[in-house]
Write a protein that binds this ligand. Sequence first.
Ligand code: ADP
Length: 575
Amino acid sequence: MKRSRSLVGFAVVVSSVVLIGAGVVANRTIGQLSKTGAAVLRAKEIELDYERLLSTLRDAETGQRGYLLTFDEAYLEPYQAALRELEQRMKAVADDAQGGGSMVDDLAALRELVDKRMKVLADTVELKRAEKHLAAIDVVRSGEGKRLMDEIRGLVGKQVHAQQSRVAHLQDVQRKALVTSVRTSLIVSLLAITLVLLLVYIVRRDSRRVRDSENRLAITLRSIGDAVIATDNHGVVTMMNPIAENLTGWANKDAVGKPLDEVFHIVNEDTRVPVESPVTKVLREGGIVGLANHTVLIRRDQAETAIEDSGAPILDDAGNMTGVVLVFRDATQERAAQKALQDADRRKDEFLATLAHELRNPLAPIRQAAGTAAHAAATPEQVRWSLGVIQRQVAHMARLLDDLLDVSRITRGRLEVRKARVPLKTVVDAAVEIAQPAVHSGKHQFTVELPTEQLELDVDSLRLAQVLGNLLTNAAKYTPTGGVIQLKAGRAGEGMAIRVIDNGIGLEATDLPRIFDMFTQVSPSADRPNSGLGIGLALSKALVELHGGSIEAKSAGPGQGSEFIVRLPLAGMPN
Ligand code: ADP
């Protein structure tokens, strides 16, 4: 661009010099032409004045001869007219001489000759009038008049010739001036054509460069992973990239020329109040602005996308704002992740509160039992009872602390399983033993259905018993007294499925996917006891997955019982 600017500058200087030169030449030529034109006219007039003088003298001669021959006064008329005109003719000639148009010396001689000639004519006319006919003829015959007339003709001819050569010279000058002007206009035309060609070349080259750089910019904008909308300094859209087209639902060609607010419609996620567009803010404040949190973009088809965006002024070289560029992106995933984090945080807080409560609960009976046992008057029966209470409560606390340790291992990715080949029945028996107290206190009817074939598993039997024991304890806990609890195990496809089924309080469909999350408890209600820490199922899920299996919950709804299915790979067929 710089090079083309210096080229244009050079062309401008050269053409200015040439044009000024051509102007001076044209001015001089025009002056010359008009001057020589006037001079030619003047020379022609002078020539005419002499011709007229000669013609007047001829008229006088003609009149005199006619009178001499006819003696008729009427023939004197041209003579009389010539007498009347003569002074005027002589004056014209004299004026020409005084104006420098003809020779002054010749003028005196001419005057003398004309006077003499007129005298000769007047004499002959007077002689004729006096009827001295022969004397008049003698004067004519003397040849004096003819001689005078010849001399006059010679002088007039000299003047006419001088004027004619002057005219020829002037015409030569005119011709040369014309040639110069033709050459000058030719040079100017050539220069103009060269300039036009140069301009066409520069414009084409520069517009190609501008197009190239526009293309590069468009490709860059298209390649940006974020949505980009540019506006002019009135907030009217000038361009949007494909991602912006996608998020706004507007095609670039439809959006260009529209006010941004029409294309980019944003509201607050919670209040639904329209949010001021960052472009308006940039236009007002002049700096870079970020978007308020929780902004939702309403697409042209009314679909909504959580977005994050920012606006920045577009400044020209002089620092003046020529528009605004708005950059935004789909923040749905971040927003969801943020929400999940907040939820997890909230659940953790709830868990801590529950934990404190759960750890505190056994302390009261322990303190009371210890007090009773330590009493001096305590009977052996009371001491035994007290020890039993303390043992049970301590065991409960130990279980809580074990679960807590497991949770911490899961969150740190340190939970390990020690697998060994064990019969299915061994694991189930251990689980039943764990759940026995809960099943017993709920007075439930409990059945176990195992396949007749001896199935073996490659598992950490203690951990798997912990999982099944937890499912059975939950079944006993979330089933009203006297319920029915079943454990059914059998082949399922390539692996095996162990199902724990109860006819208890059941679960809402919306709770099914989240009960396996850490610290999740379904909100307590009239029929739902609020016990436990909300970590049992999360722990079970992690353990099952460590065994390469999966866990699933099913329920037809509240009051319709629940079913928990643990799927595990089989160790192999029994021999
Ligand atoms: P908790 O220690 O609270 O029992 P869990 O992780 O074991 O924690 O269970 C999570 C939630 O799932 C419980 O709070 C309970 O509401 C629900 N739940 C678990 N098992 C059952 C079941 N068999 N029937 C109905 N609800 C259940």
